[in-house]
Design a protein around this ligand. Sequence first.
Ligand code: GDP
Ligand code: IMO
Ligand code: MG
Length: 417
Amino acid sequence: MAADLIVGIQWGDEGKGKIVDLLAQEYDVVCRYQGGHNAGHTIVVDGKSLALHLIPSGILNPNATNIIGNGVVVSPEALIKEMEQFDDLQGRLLISDKAHLIFKYHEAIDKAKERLRGKNAIGTTGRGIGPAYADKVARQGHRVGELKDIDKLAQKIMDYFAMNEAYFKALGVETPSLEELKKELAHYRDALMPYVIDATNYLWELLALGEHKILLEGAQGTMLDIDHGTYPYVTSSNTIAAGACTGLGLAPKDIGRVIGIAKAYCTRVGNGPFPTEDFGPDGERLRRQGHEFGTTTGRPRRCGWFDAVAAKYACRLNGCDELAIMKLDVLDGFEKIKVASAYEYEGERIDYVPSDLENVTPIYVEFDGWESVAGVRRWEDLPTEAKLYIEGIEDLVETKITIISTSPDREDTIVRK
Ligand code: GDP
Ligand code: IMO
Ligand code: MG
């Protein structure tokens, strides 16, 4: 049985956590394949909210196994803190021995570089994600499995500091003391090693048995992909569906249904192009009604209208079989709702995403608003205008919309057959 995949098709924070949690009730295994604790996935069940950063959003299904894949960058400190919220993780959480580690110095480098970029800052989450992936690609990173021998790992880290002394000095990053470093690593080893496995082999065995339902959970969103997003205003991993292959050791043929997650409008945290951003009262209203403040950093999210051009691009990149449209209730009470159906670019009308997205002007179509869809659980109970809005997006993006979300709660979800 192939593994199904959930992927954000905008700039992150689309509501992936809610959908993974909802679907995870029927899956046996849930895997994260990229990103790190820059992600913030919120789950709400019976009014109780839980924010996950590294632990996959299948954790509320007591029978599901949750895997942190090799493509994830793991801050041991953040993971241990997150694990402390749960008391029965043994056997329910597994960590790939090949996942790379984020250390405090990665965070210090991230923050120092953002400071130095000044007005050109990316607006990172400051979690050390970029520097950790940079070290991985430069073949000077460290993997979770290395925690087995902390003396060796500590020495390697000290050597790394010695080799990069001038660089660290310029950035104001302090060299750790060997003794302190060993103490810190021993703590990480004791807390994490019981969960560490060869996750790729484990998944291959499950796939060969063909008895388990596996769900793959993307973090961030397509427009933040290191290759296909709005570079350099992106995150440092392949956020798209293909990232699940490298980030878990799966072959393209191991992937089954791909579900793209989008909000009924758009948001972005951090800097970079966002064609449909609304700087006026509508943008402000979306932020207020949608509580658009970051799960990880608390920063206000930039808000604007649904971008059907970017969504269609994302659906093609990910091979989306279907879409979930989240937060439809946030559009409640708007008289008119805009959707970008094309862009104006270099004097022409286009319907694709150019690599310099900052140079496009959106061309909008308008839909009539509705009074309220909050909490609606059946397609038949949606107001006609809301149905027309969903069908309009479906036409523009050329992808079926099978899930519609009308509140943060797991239960307030329309599943369209
Ligand atoms: P993720 O990063 O894609 O998992 O999304 P986040 O959790 O960062 O942000 C989505 C936010 O919207 C969370 O606070 C969710 O609880 C909330 N949310 C999800 N679906 C809905 C919905 O349909 N309506 C409303 N009002 N909020 C929602
Ligand atoms: P989830 O999984 C929204 C953004 C940051 C910044 C850029 C690079 O919750 O959807 P990084 O710290 O990754 O180097 O920052 O990416 N970003 C996110 N935006 N949701 C996320 O995750 C994000 N993770 C990173 O704001 O613009
Ligand atoms: Mg989020």
